[in-house]
Design a protein around this ligand. Sequence first.
Ligand SMILES: Cc1cc2nc3c(=O)[nH]c(=O)nc-3n(C[C@H](O)[C@H](O)[C@H](O)COP(=O)(O)OP(=O)(O)OC[C@H]3O[C@@H](n4cnc5c(N)ncnc54)[C@H](O)[C@@H]3O)c2cc1C
Length: 464
Amino acid sequence: MTSLTAPRQTADARRTSRPAPRGTTRPEPARRFPVRSAIVAATLAVTAFWWFGTPPAAGSTPGGALVAIAELMGLVASILVLAQLLLVARVPWFERSVGMDRLVSWHRSLGTTVLLLIVGHVAGMIVGYQLIQGKTPWGSLLTLLHSFADLWWALIGTAVFMAVGLSSARLLRRRLSYEWWYGIHFTVYGAVALTFVHQINAGVHFVGNPVARAAWLFLYGATAWTILWYRVIQLIARHVTLGVHVAAIVEEGGGHTSVWLRGKRMDRLAPRAGQFFLVRFLVPGHLLTAHPYSLSLVPTGDHLRFTVGALGDHSSSVRHLKVGTPVLLEGPFGRMTADRARSRRVLLVAGGAGIGPIRALAEDLVNAGRDVVVVHRAHSTDGLALASEFPAAPRLRYVPVTGRRRELGYDPLVPSSLASLVPDVRSRDVFVCGPSAMIDTVVSSVRALGVPRSAIHTEELSLV
Ligand SMILES: Cc1cc2nc3c(=O)[nH]c(=O)nc-3n(C[C@H](O)[C@H](O)[C@H](O)COP(=O)(O)OP(=O)(O)OC[C@H]3O[C@@H](n4cnc5c(N)ncnc54)[C@H](O)[C@@H]3O)c2cc1C
């Protein structure tokens, strides 16, 4: 039985509320190793394929050696692009093993490697053929384009890869709205298709080698099918089966709004407190992007609740949604769940919209018999959304910490301040959710206070 106060909810939700299935709180050990190993194994396999498919004579001239190395770069770039796409294809096993935030971060770091490999591939081919043919780089490029018609498509595809890569570079990313960034990013599927054609039709390792061609086609086909299955077909099938829609919109104060969703047999999604969904409201203005929002209540019955802080266009407009609006849900994702706490005592720190998942997590942990302290950081008392849902209770202490740093004259989350708020912090697991700057401060403070890294669990409210 929870000791947290029941929130304002729809009469409908109250009638159908029942506890989430017990199985949803099972521990899930980290299984990143197999995913990482699969990427390394695929890279080694393609390198072996290149090695055995490259005639020894290729290395006898500088031009031949350069072309051969450029071919290897192209092959490795291709396999890593497929890995990148699979990492964000919403494959449930990947999500459970690695966690979406880390998958996105791997996807991002692989992106840099892929771009460098693509640049190396193109430059190596041009300079290699220049050396072989004794032409200028420009002349060598024109000869290549003239000899292989598919290279034009590859060139366009390469330009798209560059645009996608540049749009994700921090300097530019900060200047682009999410929608523009996402739109540019989406074109990468076209770039993959455009560059694929020249590999099969002009790649020396594939021309005249039907087995290699079939295997390469299979790899691309399987990747395309996986993306289609998890990102489109399953999503539509789920929507038809569950019929998720907005059940209520509740203003929570401090610029926060709770959105209650209802659907049939929502327990089949097995959501857990601390997790998030990618939410797409099926009304004009919301159709083009799915936004990540975390559960702000332990899921019960056929209802889910998200609490949204008004930050930008999308989050500010959810309060105008109409009851009955259909919703596409992807997820649940995320590994910031109660079963990760190893200690009986837990400290939860929330800032901004981070209070939603922290509120749900607090309930789950108190239900599991843990001793919970919630530190809720806000600029003012008005910003303490959901505060009324944390009453004084035997295993729960709610500590609101308000005021801007410059007004207070100090940072209430530095080690000395945090230690005075939570003297036994060292013996606690620490969960932090909120803006990245706050997470960094809390993590370094609790580390300085002696909390081991393995006992610190964070969720940043940004995936890009
Ligand atoms: C794992 C996770 C859980 C979250 N949980 C909550 C929550 O419970 N409550 C809440 O209020 N907010 C939550 N957020 C943040 C929320 O997703 C963004 O505030 C929201 O998407 C901003 O959209 P906007 O158009 O209103 O603002 P914008 O001004 O367009 O964007 C503000 C910030 O959000 C990022 N963002 C915008 N759209 C998306 C998108 N579709 N996907 C990923 N990032 C995006 C932008 O890059 C920017 O950093 C969560 C974010 C993540 C990553």
